[in-house]
Ligand binder design. Structure first.
Ligand SMILES: [Cu+2]
Length: 109
């Protein structure tokens, strides 16, 4: 049996990261993953409606009030630092509601 054709990015289970959106920030504020990793953000709101947007990876989802989890899957295909912003106006601190996705480069083998 050979695994030669299996893409390691899709063969492994996603990295699941719980994120809480609240006025006015994300918890954790910084999400760290590795290049090529499948990432699953499970986002809940601790108060009202928020949004989660990571432009680089075409992530844009609304997080409803009431603590219902929103699952967001993407592949962290590019190393770098990418802002996570709230895409739903949620009050006076909305503009400051920012997180950071840090994708570290895969180690050379
Ligand atoms: Cu918000």
């Amino acid at each position: 049996m050979s695994y030669a054709h299996q893409d390691p990015a899709t063969a492994s289970a996603p990295r699941v990261i719980d994120v809480v959106a609240k006025r006015f920030g994300f918890e954790p504020a910084q999400v760290e993953v590795t290049e090529g990793e499948r990432v699953r953000l499970v986002v809940t709101s601790a108060d009202g409606v928020h949004g989660v947007e990571i432009k680089k990876f075409r992530v844009a989802r609304t997080v409803p009030r009431g603590g219902k989890a929103v699952t967001i899957d993407f592949v962290a295909s590019t190393p770098g630092q990418f802002p996570i912003v709230c895409s739903e106006y949620c009050g006076d601190g909305h503009e400051d509601m920012k997180g950071m996705l840090v994708v570290s480069a895969k180690k050379a083998r």
